[in-house]
Write a new protein. Structure first.
Length: 274
């Protein structure tokens, strides 16, 4: 019998539908987040949530978790029963988690973003977007409510952003204490102790609260750097390396742009492409 010659294998092109299917394949991170969200929802429905207390230099906080995600944070344990009933419909049992303790400490230390540890799927999309934008504020820094609203995709919803932050279920983990008024005054804080607690937490994180008050008094919104040709929010940490002789004060971003300066990529003083 004669040997059958080997035929070359022709690679068939993928159809548009097949290409789209591959392009839209979920990432491992998306699958992990989805799995964690389903687990969290199941934990709420089946009353599998637990809580533990964590001592911090700024006081004690109570953390409610499911072993993977954080569902509630409060610094008022005396009202915990009422808050838990309102949020979950039941009071979780006591139960620590070494994993959650470690990850909460990482968030508080600035090594991890809090929105990746917090379960936020029960919230309305607008509030969820506001909290996710807030979680991007670096430790020791502050941003105005208008910045948060803009970064969340709703630049005109400044007042609504304040309301959303006032109902943050996971303060400290999602750092609503880092959001201040447009005049750089601290403003209110949803955790027990209000503005006084807010100032104490910011100082603990390394924020110059007294310097913030001085900026508020001077009514300066933006500061430009004549040497680098950029401008920042007046509270941007990068300004620490800018000498006084290079600084230019502006009250509006439009004035800084008209002077030929470009926005800082760290503090994003104006809307920027992602």
């Amino acid at each position: 019998m004669s040997e059958i010659p080997e035929m070359p294998v022709e690679e068939l092109p993928l159809s548009e539908a097949e290409q789209a299917l591959l392009a839209d394949a979920p990432s491992p991170a998306f699958l992990r987040e989805t799995r964690n969200a389903l687990r969290a929802r199941h934990a709420r429905l089946n009353r599998h949530l637990r809580w533990f207390d964590l001592e911090l230099p700024v006081g004690q906080i109570r953390v409610v978790h499911d072993g993977v995600l954080v569902h509630l944070v409060t610094n008022a344990p005396d009202t915990f029963e009422e808050q838990a009933a309102r949020t979950f419909g039941f009071e979780p049992a006591h139960g620590a988690s070494e994993r959650i303790v470690t990850e909460v400490r990482q968030v508080l230390g600035g090594a991890r973003r809090g929105d990746l540890l917090a379960y936020l799927d029960e919230l309305a999309p607008f509030q969820r977007a506001i909290l996710k934008a807030t979680a991007r504020i670096p430790r020791g820094e502050v941003r105005p409510y208008a910045w948060v609203a803009r970064e969340a995709g709703s630049p005109g919803a400044v007042r609504a952003a304040g309301t959303a932050l006032g109902h943050n279920p996971v303060p400290l983990v999602v750092p609503c204490h880092r959001v201040v008024r447009s005049d750089w005054a601290l403003g209110q804080y949803s955790a027990a102790g209000g503005a006084e607690t807010k100032a104490r937490v910011l100082r603990w994180e390394g924020c110059d609260v007294e310097g913030l008050a001085a900026i508020a008094h001077a009514r300066i919104a933006f500061i430009g750097d004549s040497a680098s040709g950029s401008f920042c929010l007046a509270v941007c940490e990068t300004l620490g390396t800018v000498p006084p002789e290079s600084r230019i004060a502006f009250r509006t971003a439009e004035a800084a742009l008209a002077a030929g300066l470009v926005p800082c990529e760290h503090c994003r003083p104006v809307a920027m492409a992602s």
